[in-house]
Write a protein that binds this ligand. Structure first.
Ligand code: GTB
Length: 216
């Protein structure tokens, strides 16, 4: 039996691969693990059958045999630990790759999401024009630091790892902000991630859900 993940039945991003099932799909594609997808509506996500899988009534979840997981970071780490290809064999390098996963989720993602939410939901607020530059600057600080660390390298620490996978999925959320244009090396890093065949397969799979839903 293949693992089953959950994803939006109708993603608000219209198939742009911004929802967090994308990182789980990408990880599964990188390691060559086939998977099933159960699509859930916003209503179903808040019902007991889903809450038992995810206490906060969200996607993605992951079910494999007797194991049920929620939180995209925990799911990607689980996949990376059980398959070759996303974490180095060397113990120290492995820990550093995991540190980059945490950095993506706890240092980069909060200001990136804060900016994205403001741009989506706060545009008509009186204080938007004043708040926007502050939110942009918080992201710029992290992009500058990341750019310095990345230098001329292709990936954050040696070969592509789950740390890069997580970082690229977080940085992709900046596509509509224009901020990636200010950091050509970071933009190129994101483009390298998006060019990976496993990324393309994962992206196409989630886009197919949106395309099918918009036809029906
Ligand atoms: N920390 C959790 C994780 O990493 O798994 C966060 C999970 C989460 O935020 N899930 C969202 C969800 O289920 C979907 S990904 N939301 C429904 C709810 O909370 O009721 C967040 C997301 C949604 C939509 C877009 N978009 O349209 O661009 C981008 C990201």
């Amino acid at each position: 039996m293949h693992p089953t993940i959950t994803a939006f039945e109708s993603s608000p991003d219209r198939g742009r691969g911004q929802a967090r099932d994308m990182r789980v799909r990408w990880a599964l594609e990188e390691v060559g693990q086939p998977y099933n997808v159960r699509l859930v509506s916003f209503k179903a996500m808040k019902e007991p059958a889903h809450i038992v899988l995810h206490p906060f009534g969200q996607i993605p979840t992951y079910e494999d045999g007797t194991l049920t997981l929620f939180e995209s970071g925990a799911i990607v780490l689980h996949i990376a630990e059980r398959h070759a290809g996303l974490l180095p064999d060397d113990a120290n390098a492995r820990s550093r790759a995991i540190a980059w996963m945490f950095a993506a989720l706890s240092t980069l993602e909060p200001p990136v999401v804060e900016l994205g939410m403001a741009m989506l939901f706060e545009r008509d607020r009186s204080w938007y024009a004043e708040r926007l530059p502050m939110l942009q600057d918080r992201v710029r600080v992290r992009l500058g630091e990341l750019s310095r660390r990345l230098g001329a390298a292709d990936w954050l620490d040696g070969a592509f790892s789950a740390g890069d996978l997580m970082m690229v999925t977080v940085l992709r959320r900046l596509h509509t902000s224009g901020l990636l244009d200010e950091y050509p090396d970071i933009a190129a890093y994101v483009a390298r991630g998006e060019a990976r065949p496993a990324f393309r397969r994962a992206f196409d799979a989630q886009l197919a859900v949106f395309t099918a839903a918009s036809r029906s």
